[in-house]
Write a protein that binds this ligand. Structure first.
Ligand SMILES: Nc1nc2c(ncn2[C@@H]2O[C@H](COP(=O)(O)OP(=O)(O)OP(=O)(O)O)[C@@H](O)[C@H]2O)c(=O)[nH]1
Ligand SMILES: [Mg+2]
Length: 452
């Protein structure tokens, strides 16, 4: 897969089903010569700047027919300022598939070869225009089927993941340089970094690595539809609220504590966000295996949820709000159309709603949207392919740094600390692509489609 980048490649870059506009993409050193060859007219003098120019292309057609002349709106990058980091062009024509096939054939006759899947992005990576996480983000953008996946992929494409990792790698390399300088002067007893300085710096790096791993792995806080779980006592009005927020009768409502047993999931939108709302069984003691299973399922969902709506029927004692969950909890007082809350309870932090009259529902919707924005924009996140790849490398980096800390703390030879640090530098470099093998590239770029 890691082939030469000297030859010139060509592929249709627009969707295969046909569209109003179609694009044939070319990249490689022969790009300008090829454009000149396929153009019916002589090209104007080209400087180093990218330009847009219309050209007439004579297309190969059946021998007994007149040749077909096609006007192509051509974007030309004569130098390395293109996506791929080498001379490149895009021919924009009508999106008719046979026409695009004929144009590609003509470009190949003129000296290009058909591109392999992901080869344009591979060239962008090999020329240093993108790092590996950004290359994967290109795939994330193509695959995004909802707004948050797209936002996440775009953030990764803009370096959201690689910038902090590159900084971390620099930090490690600098520390390693100090350590290795000290090793060279060990005879003279010159120390470039003290043992406490070294362990403190390594501990900080280890914490940053752990934080990055948590952020990258936390897909429920990023690419997937966030999960919002409804919690509260039995009969608190959770199912009624779910139906109200989802705008459909998804869950059974009855004036009978314990109506909801299995979790009921329904898709809903809050602001720009698409989410999964999940109704659960109400809090109750688990005195039978069935109740135990209901409580377990609800608790598991609660753990996974991005956001929880804690429901309180104001006529009953309020449920307790766990401090650890406060940031991701919205406290909702239900059934506000009914009798008032008895004295002695502080209702200030509870948003009053009624699923019958609709009171407070709009406000709850905007509170949910705002809270999701807050929670979801905090994590670095990552597109699916990057996450699985990162996990292994980050684990390895964390392990090595932890071993390095132990060795440093025990006052063992600094050569051993340096060796562990080198393993960590390598592992972090694998994520962004400072260190790569053909096998890694193959795994990443074979998932792309042709033309990307
Ligand atoms: N007046 C009024 N009644 C409500 C409201 N919300 C729920 N109810 C009633 O309260 C009862 C329980 O509602 P559910 O939505 O089933 O409550 P739940 O929390 O899902 O109950 P379980 O599934 O048993 O845990 C039903 O009779 C609902 O009609 C409300 O806002 N106002
Ligand atoms: Mg219910």
């Amino acid at each position: 897969m890691l082939s030469t980048t000297d030859d010139t490649i060509c592929a249709i870059a627009s969707p295969p089903q046909g569209a109003l506009r179609g694009i044939v993409r070319i990249s490689g050193s022969e790009t300008i010569a090829i454009i000149q060859k396929i153009s019916a007219d002589k090209l104007p003098a080209l400087g180093a700047r990218s330009i847009r120019l219309p050209i007439e292309v004579v297309l190969p057609v059946a021998p007994d027919r007149n040749p077909l002349t096609l006007r192509a709106d051509t974007l030309l990058w004569p130098n390395a300022a293109s996506y791929t980091g080498q001379p490149a062009a895009e021919l924009h024509v009508s999106g008719c598939p046979p026409l695009l096939d004929a144009l590609t054939e003509r470009v190949c006759q003129a000296g290009a070869r058909p591109a392999r899947p992901g080869e344009f992005t591979l060239r962008a990576f090999l020329s240093g225009r993108l790092d590996l996480t950004q290359a994967e983000a290109v795939l994330g953008v193509i695959d995004a089927d909802n707004e948050q996946s797209l936002r996440l992929a775009l953030r990764q494409l803009a370096g959201g993941l690689s910038i902090p990792l590159a900084e971390l790698r620099d930090q490690l390399l600098q520390l390693l340089a100090h350590l290795e300088a000290g090793l060279d002067f060990v005879e003279e007893d010159i120390e470039f970094i003290s043992q406490t300085g070294l362990t403190a710096a390594l501990t900080e790096i280890s914490q940053t690595l752990r934080k990055t791993k948590r952020q990258v792995a936390d897909r429920t806080l990023s690419a997937e539809r966030p999960l919002i779980v409804l919690r509260g006592a039995a009969n608190a009005g959770k199912s009624s609220l779910l139906n109200c927020l989802a705008g459909q009768q998804a869950a059974i409502v009855a004036n009978l504590p314990g109506t909801t047993r299995d979790a009921v999931e329904v898709k809903a939108n809050f602001g720009q966000r698409q989410v999964v709302l999940t109704d659960t069984a109400g809090f109750e003691s688990a005195s039978s295996p069935l109740q135990h299973a209901m409580q377990q399922m609800a608790a598991d969902l609660d753990q996974r949820a991005t956001l929880r709506l804690l429901c309180w029927d104001g006529r009953q004692p309020p449920p307790c709000v766990d401090d650890a969950d406060r940031k991701r909890t919205i406290c909702v007082r239900t059934k506000c159309d009914l009798a008032n809350t008895p004295d002695g309870y502080n209702v200030d932090t509870w948003l009053p709603t009624s699923s019958v009259t609709g009171q407070g529902i709009q406000q709850l919707r905007s509170t949910i949207a705002g809270k999701l924005d807050q929670l979801l924009d905090q994590g670095a996140g990552g597109v699916a392919g990057t996450i699985s790849r990162c996990r292994v490398s980050l684990d390895q980096a964390i392990d090595s740094i932890d071993v390095a800390i132990q060795i440093a703390e025990n006052g063992f030879a600094q050569e051993l600390v340096a060796a562990e640090m080198r393993v960590a530098v390598h592992a972090v470099g694998e994520v962004t692509g400072e260190v790569y093998t053909d096998d890694i590239l193959d795994r990443i770029f074979s998932r792309f489609c042709i033309g990307k």
